[in-house]
Design a binder for this molecule. Structure first.
Ligand code: CTP
Length: 398
């Protein structure tokens, strides 16, 4: 995407450097438009180096290419961070006395602003009225947060962290095609205890399910993420508005949580790796070599959670299962996927090839999406990209 980052004159301008970095790292083209005042806080060389694009504040440069409107016309998204009280007032009034002002008037792209100012200025009726005006025009307001301000005082007015602005900015350009849809995603891998210190588990990290939750929330869904033994690190991105996280341990816990949440859900996605069997008995005390109790484990079968959910679903409920396969070749994988989808009675089955090096802890994934009509989608790349492809298929099929 072509993203314009407007930076206005506040101390939080230094944090916008990191925002631009995040945008570039995510593969976007960023053009920074600082105001004259912003350059007192962070200079031109920093913005040029970090954005890898020329930077100017003036409407009189590059006139041949009509730069004062061209940047706004070409933008897919405009982010203003920090947005000072003065800039917010100018935006509300439609003033265009610098390059950022003309760009904001010339653009039809979504606009996201991250206000930063002292609490008194934020609370002032003039600022609040301006914010309302911008909101009514469809501008997304991110923050401000509540916290310590430059003068040592504290209260609302602090610019949100770059990561939060980044998320909100990208969410503003996502289609809201899951708005109001209630979704449950299970993720991670169950652990079936043998004794107080040992369990039968699997290598699932929970990353793909967390990405599914984040992507669905970005598209407007209300998400419950039922997480089986997922690290806080993997869950970090999912700690946000629109997602409620529920932690579970065993297949039985996961089944109970899914059935409970399913009562009020429109879409159920089973991305968790569920143990097919659990130890017939869980020892109260540690099994020991001395007692010779560790040489044999009797197993009993766990219920098939997704098959149960699919069988008991309400008419309008949509069910998606996942399958990780270690097939000889693609044909065999897809044949297994078709049979598995039918056996489980689900609408879509998302299948991926896994192996010792492939699939589990990796950041990337490659999947195909199978419905009753055959392969209806495919994706390869980051788990977030794969998640988007899954939601595309769900939206198309519902
Ligand atoms: N699943 C489930 N409950 C189980 C086992 C699996 O809900 N007890 C779900 C998984 O969450 C996944 C789908 O079923 O969405 C497929 O899981 P997989 O382990 O591939 O299926 P199995 O039925 O175990 O098939 P097989 O062992 O033959 O590969």
């Amino acid at each position: 995407m072509n993203i314009v980052v407007g930076v206005t004159g506040g101390i939080a301008a230094y944090k916008a450097v990191h925002l631009v970095r995040l945008l570039i790292k995510a593969g976007h083209d960023a053009t920074v438009i600082p105001t004259e005042d912003a350059l007192r806080f962070v200079g031109m060389p920093t913005w040029e180096a970090i954005s890898r694009n020329p930077v100017t504040t003036s409407v009189h440069e590059d006139v041949a290419r009509v730069r004062h409107v061209a940047l706004g016309q070409a933008a897919d998204l405009v982010v203003v961070a920090p947005a000072t009280a003065n800039t917010i007032a100018k935006m509300a009034a439609g003033l265009a006395d610098d390059l950022l002002g003309t760009t904001l008037l010339a653009t039809t792209a979504p606009v996201v602003i991250a206000p930063a100012m002292h609490t008194e200025m934020w609370r002032h009726p003039a600022t609040q009225a301006n914010i309302e005006t911008l909101r009514a025009r469809g501008v997304t307001i991110v923050g401000p947060g509540d916290g310590e301000l430059t003068g040592g005082d504290s209260g609302p007015g602090r610019m949100l962290e770059p990561e939060a602005i980044f998320d909100a900015a990208l969410a503003a350009v996502r289609p809201q095609d899951l708005a109001g849809v209630r979704i449950i995603v299970s993720t991670g891998g169950t652990r079936e205890p043998l004794d107080p210190v040992r369990f039968l588990g699997n290598r699932s990290s929970g990353r793909q399910g967390a990405a599914l939750a984040v992507s669905a929330a970005d598209r407007g869904a209300d998400v419950v993420l039922v997480a089986a033994n997922v690290s806080a690190d993997v869950l970090a991105d999912a700690v946000r508005a629109g997602i409620r996280i529920e932690n579970v341990a065993t297949a039985a816990d996961l089944g109970a949580a899914m059935r409970h949440e399913a009562e009020s859900a429109d879409v159920l996605v089973m991305a968790a790796a569920v143990a097919d069997y659990r130890p017939a008995e869980t020892a109260e005390r540690k099994l020991t070599k001395e007692a010779g109790t560790l040489t044999r484990i009797d197993l009993v079968e766990n219920e098939d959670i997704v098959a149960g959910l699919a069988a008991g679903r309400r008419q309008e409920q949509f069910v998606v299962a996942f399958a990780a396969e270690t097939s000889q070749n693609e044909q065999e994988m897809l044949d297994r996927a078709r049979r598995k989808r039918e056996r489980k009675g689900v609408d879509l089955l998302v299948v991926n090839e896994v192996g010792w090096e492939q699939g589990f802890e990796a950041a990337d994934n490659t999947v195909q999406i199978v419905s009753a009509d055959g392969v209806v989608g495919a994706a390869s790349g980051t788990k977030l990209r794969v998640a988007d492809a899954v939601w595309d298929a769900v939206v198309a099929a519902r």
